[in-house]
Write a protein that binds this ligand. Structure first.
Ligand code: FA5
Length: 349
């Protein structure tokens, strides 16, 4: 029996030494020391031995058991360390690998232009105001000297929601709102940018577009004149489109200004030579402007004998087209990432 125990011990030691992983080591433990293990079997069969032999064999088995256990524990530590070393080796961070690029969004060209305009006018002492896109007929037209049935309403093909509510066709509605909201009837100097809506759709017209409105009202003795309007618009257009942009002031008609002008800019596509975009004229219409009509002042609580001022309204989409050389307004609204991502780095330039 002694020899058998010796054999079991030797084979256990050999297996432990060559074991390569923890699972295998556990199998060895079960095979030799488990309930049905080889050494346990020997202990069970000790009943067959004589009373003198029993303690001798018992202590040999226990010794063998202790030794095997010790070896298994040592090997377990060794394998655990080996596994950890391998794990650390595999998870080693290579700080020289180039980083992953994050896709970042960018400001829409229209918002870029709006922010630039607001910054410019704030620097000239204007307040930035807002107004509702769903507007009443009263503010969109009536308070701007365009009573119901006025033929000039036909110039703006409108989306009416009810007889009284309309998607605003022009930010000029905010002129009336600002005058009416100013209960003290003090001078006004505001800029308002926002969405506007008309039933139009081609390369230079969109059914939803953006306008920015400017309104200056001051006491008569401060003489706000056409020269101030012209100077302001020149600063504005040249700041937005570059010093070389030529402006053309054309007499026009708006019911809320008198006299009224339309301001054109040299066509950016053909530099004024004439092309399909500018309909061979070399010019593209950019904004409407004029001296605030006395009726508008009166209707919104300002005495035209004591106050006067100027107003202007421009399409922001067209400004964005000029500024970035965009040939079709519809690109601004199709949400095509190939188009929008071209403006990614414009802020840093
Ligand atoms: C007006 O809307 C007047 N409210 C402007 C104004 C304000 C005049 C204050 C006097 C005093 P008009 O309809 O011309 O005017 O439009 C002004 C500008 O908005 C145009 O020059 C153009 O740049 C832009 N615009 C007009 N319709 C569209 C459209 N469908 N798509 C894109 N831009 C447009």
């Amino acid at each position: 029996m002694k020899a058998k125990i010796g054999e079991i011990k030797e084979s256990a030691i050999k297996e432990i030494k060559t074991s390569e992983n923890l699972q295998n080591l556990n199998d060895i433990r079960v095979m030799y020391l488990g309930k049905k293990g080889k050494l346990t079997e020997i202990l069970r069969s000790m009943g067959e031995l004589s009373a003198e032999e029993r303690p001798v064999i018992g202590s040999i088995v226990n010794e063998a058991r202790e030794e095997i256990e010790k070896l298994i524990n040592e090997k377990t530590e060794e394998l655990k360390k080996k596994e950890l070393d391998e794990k650390l080796k595999n998870e080693k961070i290579d700080v020289t690998i180039p980083g992953k690029k994050f896709k970042r969004g960018s400001k829409h060209p229209i918002n870029r232009v709006i922010e630039e305009i607001e910054d410019l006018f704030v620097s000239m002492g204007y307040d930035v105001v807002t107004g509702p896109e769903l507007e009443t007929d009263e503010y969109c037209f009536e308070r701007l000297n365009l009573p119901k049935g006025h033929p000039a309403r036909d110039m703006q093909d409108s989306f009416y929601i009810t007889n009284e509510y309309v998607l605003r066709t022009q930010t000029s509605a905010v002129q009336a709102r600002t005058m009416m909201n100013n209960k003290e009837k003090t001078p006004i100097r505001i800029i308002c940018a926002g969405k506007t809506y008309r039933r139009e759709d081609d390369a230079t017209h969109s059914h939803q577009f953006n306008q920015v409105e400017g309104l200056v009202i001051d006491k008569k003795e401060n003489n706000v004149s056409l020269a101030d309007l012209k100077g302001t618009l020149e600063v504005f257009v040249r700041k937005m489109l570059g010093k070389n942009s030529e402006l053309r002031f054309r007499p026009s008609y708006f019911p809320f200004t008198e006299p009224s002008y339309e301001v054109d800019v040299t066509c950016f596509k053909c530099s004024g030579k004439g092309c399909n975009l500018c309909k061979s004229t070399g010019w593209i219409e950019l904004l409407g402007a004029g001296i605030v009509h006395p009726n508008v002042l009166k209707m919104n609580g300002y005495d035209p004998d004591k106050f006067s001022g100027f107003a202007f309204g421009t399409g922001i989409d067209r400004l964005a087209m000029f500024k970035y050389g965009i040939t079709d307004m519809r690109y601004l609204y199709t949400n095509d990432i190939r188009f929008l991502s071209q403006f990614d780095r414009k802020d840093e330039e």
